[in-house]
Design a protein around this ligand. Structure first.
Ligand code: URA
Ligand code: ZN
Length: 385
């Protein structure tokens, strides 16, 4: 029947965020964005607001215990029948900090997150699994030394519940195609960490027009375009040719990359200098990537899945044909605590939309849905149940 799989599979959320208490404190101490500040709300009560970007319109977003308290995360999981969460710090991570502070805070926050995960309850009905695992942080900021970044990768290797890292799109100031990052990719590949690539900056809010539309344009379009550009640059710099075992997970189903990958291939083919840099057709690289299923629509998920299936055809290692192949690289996520319900109802519409989408992809049966809802995450993070 609807929403019941024929085999018991844990529901795993791989896109879910936290501002750890130590990070929230850091934001409270600031007087410019990103910051958390107090004001008197419409009801006369004091409230905290989060201002995340410079020049953000208005007074920022309401922020509260959903962002930092683990009990709130567990409550949210229970409400939506999520068995396991891979929690990551929310944007803008450490991007705005000077190198020394970023280095110290990265290590402290990684330890905090390890504690947050390791003391979480066992996953309900899945003995041997915890309910929460984490993505750690690297001090990827301008002016940092590569050895400091490598230091923190070493630290993460010692933290058993941190199985990946979340990164933005700026690298150490010059993007993800910066050659200074070579030893970082090498160490990440060696450590077998999953890299969750997540946007923060969007595109200039004044691009191609002047009207304000709240957060709609930066969130709906700017975020995914930013991810698209960052991952495309990484591919064009040959990072996936040199580190073929890197495991990169793209936020918001890879933004526009699936839609634009054939155009990208064509543009590369017409640019002999760039073409010479790459070992493969651009579409091949999509068969090396992982995509969250945070796209809010069944047709979009089905499309991404088709593009991944095609990418596998460019993957010379081939393998057996599998009708579900497109679903094997897509993973359920919620983006909690962002996009909360407008009324304090029990279920979050954003979560319901993403679940409904997974259940409604026309080319997916139960095995594809089981992959996306949980099995892919277990495989990606080497968990067994
Ligand atoms: N808004 C953000 O700032 N970050 C997210 O991850 C989602 C929405
Ligand atoms: Zn997110």
């Amino acid at each position: 029947s609807r929403r019941t799989l024929s085999t018991k599979v844990p529901i795993v959320d791989i896109h879910t965020h936290v501002y750890l208490p130590r990070y929230a404190e850091e934001l409270r101490a600031r007087s410019s964005a990103p910051r958390i500040y107090r004001r008197t709300g419409a009801d006369g009560q004091p409230e905290e607001r989060l201002l995340i970007l410079d020049g953000e319109p208005g007074v920022g977003r309401p922020v509260g215990p959903q962002y930092w308290e683990r009990d709130q995360k567990l409550l949210f999981m229970k409400r939506h029948d999520i068995d396991i969460s891979f929690v990551s710090s929310a944007n803008p991570w450490l991007d705005f900090l000077p190198p020394e502070r970023a280095h110290t805070l990265a290590q402290e926050l990684n330890n905090d997150l390890e504690e947050y995960c390791s003391t979480s309850p066992q996953a309900n009905g899945f003995p041997g699994l915890r309910s929460i695992y984490g993505f750690g942080l690297l001090p990827l900021v301008s002016g940092i030394s590569v050895s400091s970044v490598l230091d923190v990768i070493k630290q993460i290797n010692t933290l058993p519940h941190i199985s990946g890292i979340i990164i933005g799109t700026r690298g150490v100031g010059n993007g993800l195609d910066d050659e200074i990052l070579e030893p970082v990719w090498e160490a990440i590949q060696q450590a077998n960490l999953v890299v969750f690539i997540h946007p923060h900056y969007g595109v200039d809010s004044k691009s191609f027009g002047n009207k304000t539309n709240g957060h709609v344009l930066p969130l709906a379009l700017g975020f995914p375009f930013e991810t698209t550009i960052a991952i495309t640059r990484l591919i064009l710099a040959g990072v996936l040719d040199r580190y073929p075992n890197l495991r990169l997970l793209l936020a918001h189903s890879g933004g526009a990359l699936p839609q634009l990958s054939s155009r990208l291939a064509s543009c590369i083919a017409h640019d002999p200098i760039v073409a010479k840099r790459l070992k493969h057709d651009a579409r091949y690289y999509l068969s090396k990537l992982y995509f969250d299923a945070v796209a809010y629509g069944a047709e979009e998920l089905g499309f991404v899945s088709d593009v991944i299936r095609r990418a596998e055809a460019y993957n010379s290692t081939g393998g057996e044909y599998n009708a579900d192949v497109g679903s094997t690289r897509m993973l359920f996520g919620t983006d909690h605590p962002f996009f909360p319900p407008l009324e304090a109802s029990q279920k979050w519409q954003s979560v319901e939309d993403n679940l409904e989408a997974i259940w409604s992809v026309r080319t997916w049966g139960d095995s594809a849905r089981a992959n996306v809802l949980g099995l892919n995450a277990l495989r990606l993070f080497d968990l067994e149940c």
